[in-house]
Design a protein around this ligand. Sequence first.
Ligand code: AMP
Length: 215
Amino acid sequence: MRVVFVGPPGSGKGTQAKVLCERFSIPQVSTGDMLRAAKAEGRLPADIIQAMASGGLVPDELVVKLIEQRTAEPDAKAGFLLDGFPRTVPQAESLGAMLAAQGSVLDAVIALEVPEKLLLERAIHRRTDKRTGQIYHLQYKPPPPGADLEHRHDDHEDVVRKRLATYLALTANLLPYYEKAGLLTRVNGVGEVSEVTDRCLAALSLEDKRGAHHG
Ligand code: AMP
């Protein structure tokens, strides 16, 4: 299964991606996580760090390369879930070309939809446990005592607003692109984590059937 997850910051994309990847035993491939790891290891140039810190995008070539390398690893043979990539139409075109070269295709694109007001609220209250990667919400999913919490710099309100604007300006073009390709399912991202997971699973099985009907 090769799935793309699209959604604005705070839409629950990362949380849902984790659940679905466990369910299907496929790796979650997150360009944001890979970039943060590269930064932590001191492998990221200053201009890239700056682009991330300000809520802008990093160059297409860089993320395409990261995806090419990561999806070539053995654990991604049976499939993968892309979280945070592609974000632009050129990235989507590169992904399509890369898959075609491997003789495979994308199975589904899920767009998580959440109203803007809720997105801001979620990002501002989001905390990640640095040790486990587990995501918490200070009010609705409080972290346990002793968690080693991090509030991502780019989850502060001013940067979140910028990331949202970036998302709307660039990524919004992606949805019509995948809609035309017949791959897109819009999923309501409001509700309990398990409810949203069920909607994603339903969307994926619909995609399966659609694929089967079309041979
Ligand atoms: P994320 O964790 O997905 O929100 O990504 C964090 C930051 O990494 C983004 O705000 C961008 O600066 C950068 N980034 C991640 N994925 C991409 C991508 N596909 N294209 C361009 N920039 C990206």
